[in-house]
Ligand binder design. Structure first.
Ligand code: ADP
Ligand code: MG
Length: 249
């Protein structure tokens, strides 16, 4: 294959994931989705609560196993260790060891990627600055607000300078300043050429940031479009209209 041709960062074919509701009942949380996301794209997966957005991210990361279908992330199967070294993940509700300070947590995260010494501390300094957490880095994470946890989670997701970033509801729980800051961080990452896959039901953020959007509804991708084809002026109202027109299955 010609190395010059950029491969899809994410390619998903006929993905199916069944989940149990009770011991005897199950349903298709992901019901045959196909995705192809080029490198360098910011992709927004939007959908009502329970649509399967978080399940999709967990499948792409290899945290959940698909029942059928194929997943390629950075050219490798979901959960491949070499690919994971190039991936960052901000979970929906990031969890931290409450007795560690923010700086200690980032040090621990960096060490998991084999980073150490002054290079790691320099990287942590940059990240704390990026997420505006320098002043609170020596406090225990147990005392952090939701917004501070989200900022620390973003810093942790970036410690390995990933090429591909998964963000599950990155703006949730943030106040307006926090949301603006998160937008700026994501915009800066876009400009650096990162591929970003994010879930959100906050349509103004999606309208502002994304190159392409997909609508997920009851485990099915009901629509997909370049954002500027939906709304050249990145209007949240126009995206809302598109969303509402595509959430019935
Ligand atoms: N651990 C689980 N076990 C069984 N069902 C689950 C589990 N987690 C989520 N679900 C169900 O899977 C569906 C999709 O959930 P999720 O992916 O979290 O949706 P979203 O992120 O779009 O809100 C929902 O119906 C949810 O109740
Ligand atoms: Mg979710």
């Amino acid at each position: 294959m010609n190395a010059q041709v950029s491969q899809a960062a994410i390619k998903v074919t006929n993905l199916v994931k069944r989940r149990e509701t009770t011991l005897l009942k199950s349903f298709l949380a992901i019901n045959g989705i196909n995705l192809e996301i080029a490198e360098g794209i910011t992709y927004g997966l939007i959908g009502p609560n329970g649509a399967g957005k978080t399940t999709t991210i967990k499948l792409l990361l290899g945290l959940l196993k698909a029942d059928s279908g194929e997943i390629k992330v950075l050219g490798k199967p979901a959960g491949d260790h070499d690919a994971l070294r190039r991936i960052g993940f901000l979970p929906e509700s990031p969890y931290f060891y409450s007795h560690l300070t923010g700086r200690e947590y980032l040090t621990f995260t960096g060490q998991l990627f084999g980073m150490q010494g002054p290079a790691l501390q320099d990287r942590i300094g940059e990240l704390l600055q990026l997420v505006s957490m320098e002043a609170r880095a020596e406090e225990r994470t147990g005392a952090y607000s939701k917004g501070m946890l989200q900022r620390l989670g973003m810093a942790a997701a970036l410690v390995n300078d990933p090429d591909l970033l998964f963000l599950d509801e990155p703006m949730s729980g943030l106040d307006p300043v926090g949301r603006m800051d998160m937008r700026k961080i994501i915009t800066a990452l876009k400009e650096k050429g990162k591929t970003i896959f994010f879930n959100s039901h906050l349509l103004p953020d999606v309208a502002h940031l994304c190159d392409k959007v997909g609508v997920l509804c009851q485990g099915k991708l009901t629509a997909e479009e370049d954002l500027l084809s939906i709304t050249p002026e990145r209007s949240a109202a126009a995206l809302e209209e598109y969303f509402l027109a595509n959430i019935e299955v």
